[in-house]
Design a binder for this molecule. Structure first.
Ligand code: SAM
Length: 217
C-alpha cells in the first residue's frame, strides 16, 4: 500500500532511479562544464543553492567548494549516498551540503534560493518536469539565478532507433513562465556542443540545451 502523497507512479520512478544508481555508476568527480562556465563568476559567499535531481553529487560538491550552501535533492537514496560519500572524500564540510531525498513532483523544498540548477532533469519514467521547473522559478530570490541544462541531442552511438524528443529552450522558457512581461533577464539561452568520447574512446560531441536566467531585483 502507498501512503497519501506517495502515488504508485512515484514509487515506480523511485525504484527506477534507485536501481540506476545502485553501486554501478561511474564517478567522473568533475562538475558539469556548463555549470562552471555559467556560475563560476558569481560570488557565492554562503548563498543558498538548490540542485534539482543532483544524482551522484559532483555539481553539488563543486558548488559547496565555491562557497555555496547547497541543498541537493534527488529521488534516489542511492544517488544521495554516493554524493555524501564523495563529498566526504573531497573534504567538504558536513554542513555545506544538505542531501535530501524527495520526489520533486510531489514535494518541492520550502524556501527561496539564490541559485537553482537543474541538470538533465529527464527521465524515461514518470517525471513532472514542467511543473517542477515552474516551482523552481517561483523559488528563485530577486537577483538570483535559474540554470536549466538538458539534453537536446544525444550522441549518435547512444540510440539504435529514433532519439527521444527533448524540450527546446523555448519549451523551458515557457515551463518556467519567462516571457517579456516576467521578471527575468535572459543571461543565456541556446545550444552547447559538449565534447565527449564514445565507448570505444573516439572523440564525439553531444548537444545540450542551456537556459540561464536571472530574476530581476
Ligand atoms: C539524468 S539524471 C541527472 C543527474 C545529475 N543532475 C547529472 O547532471 O548527472 C536525472 C536525475 O533526476 C533524478 N530524478 C528523477 N526524477 C526525480 C524526481 N521526481 N524528483 C527528484 N529527483 C528526480 C534522478 O534520480 C537522477 O539523479
Amino acid at each position: 500500500m502507498h501512503s497519501h502523497g506517495d502515488p504508485a507512479s512515484s514509487i515506480d520512478a523511485r525504484e527506477h532511479w534507485e536501481e540506476f544508481y545502485d553501486g554501478k555508476r561511474p564517478w567522473s568527480g568533475k562538475p558539469n562544464a556548463i555549470l562552471v562556465e555559467e556560475i563560476g563568476d558569481i560570488d557565492a559567499d554562503g548563498k543558498g543553492a538548490l540542485d534539482l535531481g543532483c544524482g551522484s553529487g559532483a555539481d553539488a560538491i563543486w558548488l559547496a567548494q565555491q562557497g555555496w550552501r547547497v541543498t541537493a535533492v534527488d529521488i534516489a537514496d542511492a544517488a544521495l549516498a554516493s554524493g555524501r560519500a564523495h563529498a566526504a572524500d573531497a573534504g567538504v564540510a558536513d554542513d555545506a551540503i544538505t542531501w535530501r531525498r524527495s520526489d520533486l513532483g510531489a514535494e518541492f523544498p520550502n524556501g527561496t534560493w539564490d541559485l537553482i540548477s537543474a541538470f538533465y532533469l529527464h527521465s524515461t519514467v514518470t517525471l513532472e518536469r514542467a511543473a517542477i521547473l515552474r516551482k523552481a522559478a517561483a523559488a528563485v530570490k530577486p537577483g538570483g539565478t535559474l540554470l536549466v541544462v538538458g539534453h537536446w541531442a544525444m550522441p549518435s552511438w547512444r540510440f539504435d532507433g529514433d532519439p527521444p524528443a527533448f524540450p527546446s529552450t523555448d519549451d523551458v522558457l515557457s515551463d518556467v513562465g519567462a516571457d517579456e512581461s516576467s521578471p527575468w533577464t535572459v543571461v543565456r539561452t541556446g545550444l552547447s556542443e559538449v565534447p565527449m568520447t564514445d565507448p570505444d574512446g573516439n572523440p564525439c560531441t553531444r548537444t545540450d540545451n542551456v537556459v540561464h536566467l536571472r530574476r530581476d531585483e
